[in-house]
Design a protein. Structure first.
Length: 129
């Protein structure tokens, strides 16, 4: 996920367009520790060796990979719930015994269910023209 270090993660959510990444308190502590390590490295501190730095980077990468995995699983669950909801609506719309339709502001039919076709005596294609 590009830009994951910026603390702002763009995701789709049914009730909001943008979700801000707010790490848990323990994760915040890790992030601050990582920032301190980076600062020490830039200042030429000899407190950590190359092996320690590689291990730290590996741990950071692993942590971010886990966060990405959690986000992807949540997004997949949301998409599946949306798919089921749309299928339920479509089944209701197509099998309703009463006419259901939508139209635009000019009065043109946008969607008509089969009961609406029978009631009006026109095919869906004729009504949607």
């Amino acid at each position: 996920m590009p830009g994951h270090l910026l603390r702002q993660v763009q995701t789709w959510h049914p009730t909001q367009d943008t979700k801000y990444y707010d790490p848990s308190p323990s994760r915040k502590k890790d992030l601050h520790a990582n920032e301190d390590l980076a600062l020490q490295h830039r200042q030429g501190s000899s407190n950590s060796s190359t092996a320690d730095a590689q291990q730290d980077l590996s741990r950071i990468a692993h942590d971010f990979a886990e966060e990405i995995q959690v986000e992807l699983i949540a997004q997949m669950r949301e998409q599946e719930a949306l798919r089921r909801s749309e299928a339920s609506y479509r089944e209701f719309f197509e099998n309703a015994k009463e006419a259901i339709y939508t139209h635009d502001l000019s009065g043109r039919y946008v969607m008509v269910n089969p009961a609406g076709e029978q009631l009006l005596g026109y095919s869906r294609e004729e009504l949607e023209e």
